[in-house]
Design a protein around this ligand. Sequence first.
Ligand SMILES: *[C@@H]1O[C@H](CO)[C@@H](O)[C@H](O)[C@H]1NC(C)=O
Ligand SMILES: *[C@@H]1O[C@H](CO)[C@@H](O)[C@H](O)[C@H]1NC(C)=O
Ligand SMILES: *[C@@H]1O[C@H](CO)[C@@H](O)[C@H](O)[C@H]1NC(C)=O
Ligand SMILES: *[C@@H]1O[C@H](CO)[C@@H](O)[C@H](O)[C@H]1NC(C)=O
Ligand SMILES: *[C@@H]1O[C@H](CO)[C@@H](O)[C@H](O)[C@H]1NC(C)=O
Ligand SMILES: *[C@@H]1O[C@H](CO)[C@@H](O)[C@H](O)[C@H]1NC(C)=O
Ligand SMILES: *[C@@H]1O[C@H](CO)[C@@H](O)[C@H](O)[C@H]1NC(C)=O
Ligand SMILES: *[C@@H]1O[C@H](CO)[C@@H](O)[C@H](O)[C@H]1NC(C)=O
Ligand SMILES: *[C@@H]1O[C@H](CO)[C@@H](O)[C@H](O)[C@H]1NC(C)=O
Length: 447
Amino acid sequence: MASLRSLGAVALLPLVWALQSHQPREDASGDGFVKLAVHASQAGTADAFEAPLTAKWAGFAYFINVTIGSDNQTVPLWLDSGSYEIWVNPSCASAPLWSRDDCNASPRYSPFTSQTSKILNDAFNLTYGGGGMVALGSWFSDDMSIGSATVKDQHFGVAADSTGFEAGLMGIGIPESDPHPNFVSNLAERKLVNSNAFSLDLRSPNETGSIIFGGIDTKKYKCKLERVPADGFTLNLTGFGQTFPNGSKTTYAPYLWNKNNFSQGLPVFLDSGSNVNYLSNDVISVIGEDYPGAKQVINEIGLPEWIVPCEAPEGTFDFSFGSTTVKIPYRDMMVGDYSPNKNQTTNECLLGFGLGPQDQGLIPHILGNNFMRGAYLVFDSENSEIWLDEADNCGLDIIPIGKGNVSVPRVPGCKCKAASSATASYAVPAPTLPPLHPHQPRGIAAG
Ligand SMILES: *[C@@H]1O[C@H](CO)[C@@H](O)[C@H](O)[C@H]1NC(C)=O
Ligand SMILES: *[C@@H]1O[C@H](CO)[C@@H](O)[C@H](O)[C@H]1NC(C)=O
Ligand SMILES: *[C@@H]1O[C@H](CO)[C@@H](O)[C@H](O)[C@H]1NC(C)=O
Ligand SMILES: *[C@@H]1O[C@H](CO)[C@@H](O)[C@H](O)[C@H]1NC(C)=O
Ligand SMILES: *[C@@H]1O[C@H](CO)[C@@H](O)[C@H](O)[C@H]1NC(C)=O
Ligand SMILES: *[C@@H]1O[C@H](CO)[C@@H](O)[C@H](O)[C@H]1NC(C)=O
Ligand SMILES: *[C@@H]1O[C@H](CO)[C@@H](O)[C@H](O)[C@H]1NC(C)=O
Ligand SMILES: *[C@@H]1O[C@H](CO)[C@@H](O)[C@H](O)[C@H]1NC(C)=O
Ligand SMILES: *[C@@H]1O[C@H](CO)[C@@H](O)[C@H](O)[C@H]1NC(C)=O
């Protein structure tokens, strides 16, 4: 999640989750890459309903297993592209109420049983999500493994106290200034992977996604990965619209979603720790008017938000980056169940677009994990690029990312036509989707 520079509306971000613990391990590794299963937590199950706080908000977070120490202690960590520090051992007593049982049942790291642990002479005090989420403790180093790759002496924190976390945090973001290399760059520096790059395939809670350090899975995107310049994990959104269940489309005028009229689009930060997207507030007020069956409610901090049927119809939200439009299915934009009383199923979900202080610059504009669920993303930090396409799933074929310029392999994905062989170029380079027209003014909202 993004660290906020001030307390804003997003301090009350609807973050509600419970660890889903019935998934098999699906880790793998090969020449120059390491793959690790990423599981979505799931709220809205019968189990979660029993905790009173889940009654109002439900959402998703994503977890990975990390193994630490000479005695191979495996702990689940919350995967967060919006921060870069790693820390373990949350205080379950101050975890969200609904998640305390899961938190207490989760394994914890003990530095005392590991012969390779070292306490560093330094303390940490980290604040997340507007100040409501805090972790503090001591920095350590120890051997840390994902799959079969071990980074010796990885820097991470062992919390003495935390608030609002049911699990520790695996920050995979890029530090603004480099206090200590993060896990991803350590993998590259120590030549465990070819390049400081990873691909992220977040999936619906009923499926297992993955993060692949140093590789891509060519069977997990639609056709062609678009190469987009990035500043860290921030890239420019150049168009935004909706395709309705009846097939007709709306594109929103840029001044609605790009309030400051930035010439090359709206810089958006890809944050797997956020379960809501934060575009300019104006467009969020408008998209629900177009969404079938949406109704506006005022939340407890006085901001309007859109409540929609949990069973989403077939439409998409259409995000353009350069010449590629990534269509995210409505169903990926649902955040939990809105029902105030979990004994009744009202089939009401929050539409995952949040009003907040993003237009004032207090937080970045964010595309959160509900965008990321519908996309396949390759974060190439070595070349400051993000490669992306719509997510798909037609098997498994992992290819390592190389070194240097344009090192992400250009291999056709699931639905490129006439792919005669897996050559180094795309069989069908042209996007099959009609282009959106970012400058086309939007009818009803123009006034
Ligand atoms: C982590 O490991 C546990 C125990 O093997 C397993 O139940 C759980 O599903 C794993 N979680 C993830 C995210 O891989
Ligand atoms: C820890 O895991 C590594 C790699 O799988 C293995 O070689 C080692 O024997 C394990 N150590 C213990 C104490 O289980
Ligand atoms: C941690 O940082 C917060 C915010 O800077 C501060 O209010 C708090 O006192 C600090 N806690 C400790 C134990 O240093
Ligand atoms: C998961 O749910 C989605 C949406 O409801 C559905 O399209 C998909 O087929 C499901 N996947 C599995 C493996 O059941
Ligand atoms: C995004 O666009 C702005 C201008 O609107 C430009 O300054 C910036 O470099 C662009 N960012 C990236 C990552 O290309
Ligand atoms: C399609 O659905 C949208 C949203 O409900 C509606 O505004 C539009 O008029 C519909 N178009 C047609 C041709 O029915
Ligand atoms: C952006 O453009 C719109 C429409 O052209 C204009 O009304 C608005 O004042 C502009 N905003 C800024 C911050 O320049
Ligand atoms: C929900 O049902 C349970 C068991 O029937 C009951 O104890 C509880 O008070 C109910 N909760 C609400 C909010 O009605
Ligand atoms: C990478 O590609 C760009 C554009 O093609 C070129 O200008 C640059 O020199 C290349 N850099 C390296 C290290 O090859």
